[in-house]
Design a protein around this ligand. Sequence first.
Ligand SMILES: [Zn+2]
Length: 283
Amino acid sequence: MSLKRSLSEFKKAFSTDDKYTSLRTITIDGHESAWMKTEGTTKDNSWVTYEFHCECDFSKGIAWDFLKSKPSMIGSQMNCLYKETAIHLRILELRQEYLTNDNFLKVPSFDFSTYNFDLDEKKVILNMSKRASQNEWVGQRSALAATFWGGTLYAQTCARVLDISMASLWKILNEMEKEKLISLEGAVICEYRNIKPSWELWKEVVHGSVKYLISLPANSKTKNVWRIEEVKSKSKKIIEEIPLSHVPTFGPDVDDVFVLECFFKDFFRNNEFSLAINSKPKL
Ligand SMILES: [Zn+2]
């Protein structure tokens, strides 16, 4: 079944008006995969995402089915061999493009004394990152995950195009970060930005005339601790930093809230003290 047909069945079953546009299609043995732009609207705003899909992603019986006559997603198609092959072909194509462009070689190809056709890794990485930020398909599966972290693409995609190991790539990426060419957020490559540590207030606890401000790190450049500040009349000081066992990207982990609660129970000498997310602190 073609991508167009499985997509129209999918849209009909889920009654969605989201608009899918294929920007680059690769067909292998009649199985279609495509870098797609998806546009949709919710009550309050509109959104756009870019992802690499194959027809499995929309096919009934593979990605979704009617369960008790309601359409439901039943699985993801990360392992479709045709889709993997299509990504691999794009990686090879891109590698060839860089290898045949003198701008991306360490030594220009006309310098026959060297016969050196080594890619200039930094130039390739910067070029891939720029193209990915303009939503071009440079072999990534999805633009969503990387942009969620404020970046353009995963380092792994660059390693595949450069045909080098991740260990070698990390060395280059760390150098590039020092040279202020890029920033890194885990394995996500971001355009260079000078991120300063910052805190986000999580909760306030009032105890008599003293207020305690409990904050969490707001970005990855900030120490991964609960920061507790004591505010007394005009003075404010940090009284404790408690290490977090999880990075609070989606809010604090229950284990970390428990540790914080124990700290306050001890601090106030009050076993009834509670920081339950939906209840007011009891003192
Ligand atoms: Zn497929």
